[in-house]
Design a protein around this ligand. Structure first.
Ligand SMILES: [Fe+2]
Length: 388
């Protein structure tokens, strides 16, 4: 692929931003003509008080049903079972309040509630026939980006092997996203660190992806810039509204970027690990990111130099190659400052299943193809061997 290759840039979601932008939820639901909505969330959000704040914005003439049992790494059984429970309830819209697992679950439900089959029938691009229910996404982490993209990640178990599958579609772009940092004032610093590093991973992997374009570069590189200056202050204090607002917006900006640029093998390997170990996506990505940057930078030193500039690394007097390496070193150190462990073994990943992980990641074309440097099985093995 070169700068003149044919691409398409796809964006659908109307995005409200700013402190108190949650007040738009009521008017948006009225505009859609919703009479009964399904609120999709998890126990953490329920107990944090965020759900109560969101519920306070729903007009009285709209009935609210609540599904608050979303677990990390949602699987086929949980989606199908939930859809069966709500299929006859005549739901007119979904409202997702949560992180990536919640928003992806809501996307999957939006399809399965209007189409008859299991979510596993809709892997790939636009495989469903009936229009999905409208979805409003209210992210409560600073990393998923799912609120502005057209994909849902679902854990599938076939023949005893767990893998992550992707469902893509025009209807998976949420109708509306609301990015209100005032909802995140009590967010734990560890969650800001892990989801924020996930956003940085999206931005960097998207920027150096083989499928990137001028459109996606504009989004992904700007996200690197905003995350670079906002991440540590946000981790330091979740009531730093400027930093949290920056993180929330950057996460969505690169969410739209990555929906069009694709990602790379941090996500390829992390999805293999996430499915096998039910491990938290953000932390796995954050641990893997420096190892993959070290591997990938030679594919595009110029872009890595631009990443260094976006991260405000002093590259004066350095060659392009030295500046690219400075970007890698900076991210490695940022991971440490964010309190992320250096090795996957710190979160319970062992070398016992390394061959299975290599096999799954090697066959994941969605991430293998756009990764800027080709990877063999041995290359993936080496990355896992070093990072575990
Ligand atoms: Fe991610």
């Amino acid at each position: 692929m070169n700068a003149y290759s044919e691409t398409v840039f796809n964006a659908k979601t109307k995005i409200y931003t700013g402190v108190s932008s949650i007040k738009n939820l009521g008017p948006v639901l009225q505009e859609i003509g919703a009479h009964r909505i399904l609120m999709v969330t998890d126990q953490g959000i329920k107990h944090s008080g965020i759900l109560k704040n969101v519920l306070g914005e729903i007009p009285e003439n709209i009935e609210v049903l609540i599904y608050d049992e979303v677990k990390p790494n949602p699987d086929v059984a949980s989606i199908d079972e939930t859809a069966n429970n709500y299929r006859k309830k005549e739901i007119s819209a979904l409202v997702a309040v949560g992180g990536g697992s919640v928003i992806d679950s809501a996307k999957a439900l939006a399809i399965v509630l209007t189409n008859e089959s299991s979510i596993s029938a809709y892997y790939g691009f636009d495989q469903y026939t009936e229009k999905a229910l409208p979805l409003i996404a209210i992210p409560t982490t600073v990393g998923t980006g799912s609120e502005s993209g057209n994909a849902a990640v679902i854990t599938d178990e076939t023949d005893g092997l767990k893998t992550k599958k992707l469902v893509f579609g025009e209807d998976l772009f949420p109708r509306v996203a609301i990015l209100d940092a005032s909802l995140l004032r009590a967010m734990p610093s560890g969650l800001i660190a892990s989801t924020g590093m996930d956003a940085l991973t999206h931005a960097i992997e998207g920027y150096v992806s083989i499928w990137s374009s001028h459109f996606t570069d504009a989004l992904n590189l700007h996200a690197v810039r905003v995350i670079g200056k906002s991440l540590l202050p946000a981790i330091a204090h979740s009531e730093n509204t400027e930093a949290m607002h920056g993180m929330l917006l950057a996460s969505s900006i690169t969410g739209l970027g990555m929906a069009n640029s694709g990602l790379g093998m941090v996500h390829g390997i992390s999805h293999a690990i996430g499915a096998q170990y039910d491990a938290p996506h953000g932390i796995v990505n954050a641990i893997l990111l420096p190892y993959l940057l070290e591997y990938n930078w030679i594919a595009n030193p110029e872009k890595f130099k631009e990443i260094a500039e976006a991260l405000r690394v002093n590259i004066e007097g350095l060659s392009v190659e030295e500046a690219a390496k400075a970007a890698v070193a900076y991210v490695k150190n940022l991971t440490k400052e964010a309190g992320i462990p250096e090795k996957l073994s710190a979160i319970g990943i062992s070398k016992e299943h390394i061959d299975v992980l290599v096999d799954i990641a090697f066959h994941d074309a969605q991430y293998m193809v756009p990764n800027p440097r080709k990877m063999s099985r041995q290359d993936i093995y080496n990355i896992l061997d070093q990072s575990i």
